[in-house]
Design a protein around this ligand. Sequence first.
Ligand code: PLP
Length: 318
Amino acid sequence: MKVVDSILDLIGNTPMVKLTKVAEKGIAEVYAKCEYMNPSGSLKDRIALEMIREAETEGKLKPGYSIIEASTGNTGTAISFIGAYLGYKVAIFMPEGMTPERIKLIESYGAEIHQIKLESSSEEKSVAGAEVEIGTRLKCLKLERSQPNTWWARQFSNAANVKAHIKTGREILEQMGGKVDAFVASIGVGGTLYGVAKALKEQIPTARIIGVEPASANYPISEGFSKIPGASDDVTGGIIEEMMKSGLVEEVVKVTNSDAITMSDRLVREEGLFCGISSGANVYQALKVAKELGEGKRVVTVLPDSRDRYLSEKKYTT
Ligand SMILES: Cc1ncc(COP(=O)(O)O)c(C=O)c1O
């Protein structure tokens, strides 16, 4: 068994599990990378560490500085965890209406939390967070401009986010022995899909890269990337825009919350994978792709976060 000097050494290198219960016979093999097994419970530990380390190297983040970030939960938790470990003050700006568990998780790591009233009418909150984060990003922008010794991580446009997930992609290649026919991942700010796509396409140009978004998204990427009206370049676009222009993503498909939740319940109950709702969306779509590809092929997806942050949602209390 591995012994490490720091909890930060346990970020990444997550296990990969073959899905045997939810995948029927006669379709491609489906593998799920257990990102919820990162120390703070999501794949955002990877980007938080990469962004913080890079900012330190570039001299943008120094001892005594505060770190701020806009997040619907997972990035906020990850930054709170790593920031506290490294001795930084952290303040997280979160849209109102997120589950109390997410707030408690962030507070557990000792960070300040500010809940911001949603401008957007979007009901999307369970898969990922891009568009509902705009109001919170505006707060960060104002603070960054007005407060000295403050570093805004800017996950939605920070190149270190993509860099972190190029490493995720390389881990996938290693775990799969270089054989991957398709990769499926939900899009929040796009770092996972774009980073993994870059790594996979470099080795396997024929690999199909498929993005997933909530069917309820107000500005669907699947209908052509469009900027959110009224939002400036300082708070929108970023990685998603670059990814959609790169041509690496073959398709972005919509998955309903109901299909995502049903599949995430099956993953917990049948496969023993204690994962959240976007994991359900990812696997729902991965199974569809596996049917299309047929036996002998391999589809890989990720389980982005842990079920622990959704436990109080009504649908899990019955
Ligand atoms: C639960 C969950 N799943 C998936 C994603 C998508 O990740 P990314 O932001 O890398 O696109 C996020 C990120 O916002 C998330 O919080």
